[in-house]
Design a protein around this ligand. Structure first.
Ligand code: PLP
Length: 451
């Protein structure tokens, strides 16, 4: 955006003077100002219409402008805008929501602790699993095993659980008691191995780590079913079965971070359903409310709940744990997802079409791989396809492509030179066509700029 209208400029000036935006370079921050949205489209302060290929930040499952969600929020605000859920109090929406989520989660994940978002959900998980083991007389079981390049949030615990190097470099993270093993990212790290061999090799790192540190020291293993912010890393088919075998051998808890994969993104209610995993705990957020209001949570299995119930008190909570307005919106959001068969439609209609159309981009000279599951997709930009060689980092090809996308009416996010896509679950086939058409144009423009 070179020259902008005076109102846009005024807002950008305020941004520079007063707004510390998340994950942004403050040296010259001139944000694009998004002013309204409807369906799968955004509009910016320059009047440009943009197809939102990232569902906000992976969260607007129902798209924008769903009046029912607005109504649910305003009804609840009139009835009971706030009350806490501390010290033996509750209110109808939080209880109804806990029951509703327990109906759709896999296995016996039946108990809900609500938070303001995903990071707080993972903080809650860390405290709860350590409390669980201590309550069983094993306080030394403290270590959480996570994975490099994972994203589990931005609080001190969330960023420590995550495996993002640039986050660890700021603020002395990770905190003690969190270790990271390799990620199942074949395209970037698989070398000469075929995908399935690589999947087993990387999964085996979990067992090696458990043996090296001692099973008696390990509290839990945490993983996103598909790493989202790391670059939509779809593990090889061999990965999750091998991880399940390892987890079955050792007495440690399995935590699935479903903040991105949950609520239909893979075409199943949860990524754990997609892979047939049976976690002991699940972190949720984003699609829970379609992002209309902030809310997250930790879903706890019967096994874990029965144990901590023995102790009684869990000394943990947030003012907004189970906020009634957020709970009312989440309930309405899940009602719509269910009644309109949205998860089923993703699975049988939209996702197969989206994945087929996206893979057509493999033919583009700049594209080394296209992968995805459900309505999650990734496009790897490369200099040489056969050897999977990327452009030098300094050329920032991903950011170049992202800018072309924005300027041509499409949001695609760049993670290094991986372009990632996660549109609202309600995207139509015609809108998928538009997305792919725009993505092709932006790849062409990037290619041209590279010369
Ligand atoms: N976990 C995963 C997998 C995420 O993708 C995110 C956010 O992107 C989080 C946790 C953190 O959630 P929040 O930003 O709501 O705190």
């Amino acid at each position: 955006m070179s020259s902008v209208n005076p109102q846009t400029k005024a807002w950008q000036d305020i941004s520079q003077k007063h707004h510390l935006a998340p994950f942004s370079d403050y040296k010259d921050l001139r944000p694009r100002i998004i002013t309204k949205a409807k369906g799968v489209y955004l509009w910016d302060s320059e009047g440009q219409k943009i197809l939102d290929g990232m569902a906000g930040l992976w969260c607007t499952a129902l798209g924008y402008g769903r009046e029912e969600l607005v109504e649910a929020a305003s009804r609840q605000m009139r009835e009971l805008p706030f009350y806490n859920t501390f010290f033996k109090t509750a209110h109808p929406p939080v209880l109804e929501l806990a029951r509703t989520i327990a109906e759709i989660t896999p296995g016996n994940l039946n108990h809900l602790f609500f938070t303001g978002g995903g990071s707080e959900g993972n903080d809650t998980m860390l405290r709860l699993v350590r409390h669980y083991w201590a309550s069983k007389g094993m306080p030394e079981k403290q270590i959480i095993i996570s994975r490099k390049n994972a994203y589990h949030g931005s609080t001190v615990a969330g960023a420590s659980l995550g495996g993002m190097k640039p986050m660890h470099e700021q603020g002395g993270l990770p905190i003690p008691g969190i270790v990271h093993i390799a990620q199942p990212y074949w395209f970037a790290e698989g070398g000469d191995l075929d995908e399935e061999t690589f999947g087993i090799q990387v999964a085996d790192e979990l067992e090696k780590k458990i043996q090296a540190l001692g099973e008696n020291k390990i509290a839990a293993f945490i993983a996103e079913p598909i790493q989202g912010a790391g670059g939509v890393i779809v593990p090889p088919a061999s990965y999750w079965p091998r991880i399940r075998e390892i987890l079955a051998k050792y007495d440690i808890l399995f935590v699935a971070d479903e903040v991105i994969c949950g609520f239909g993104r893979t075409g199943e209610w949860f990524g754990s359903d997609y892979y047939g995993n049976q976690p002991d705990l699940m972190t949720i957020a984003k699609g829970l409310t379609s992002g209309y209001v902030p809310m997250g949570g930790l879903v706890v299995s019967d096994k874990v709940y029965q144990q901590i119930k023995e102790v009684g008190d869990f000394n943990h909570g947030f003012t907004y744990s189970g906020h009634p307005v957020a709970a009312a919106v989440a309930l309405e959001n899940i009602r719509i997802l269910r009644e309109e068969n949205i998860v089923e439609t993703v699975k049988t209609q939209t996702a197969p079409y989206f994945q087929k159309r996206l893979r057509e981009l493999c033919a583009h000279p700049l594209v080394g791989e296209v992968r995805g599951v459900g309505l999650l997709g990734a496009i790897e930009l490369v200099k040489d396809k056969a050897s999977r060689t990327r452009y030098p980092e300094a050329q920032a090809v991903g950011m170049m492509c992202r800018e072309h996308c924005f300027n041509n009416g499409l949001v695609m996010r760049a993670v290094g030179d991986t372009m990632i896509i996660a549109p609202p679950l309600v995207i139509s086939k015609t809108e998928v066509d538009e997305l792919v058409e725009k993505a092709t144009l932006c790849l062409d423009l990037t290619q041209k700029q590279l010369g």
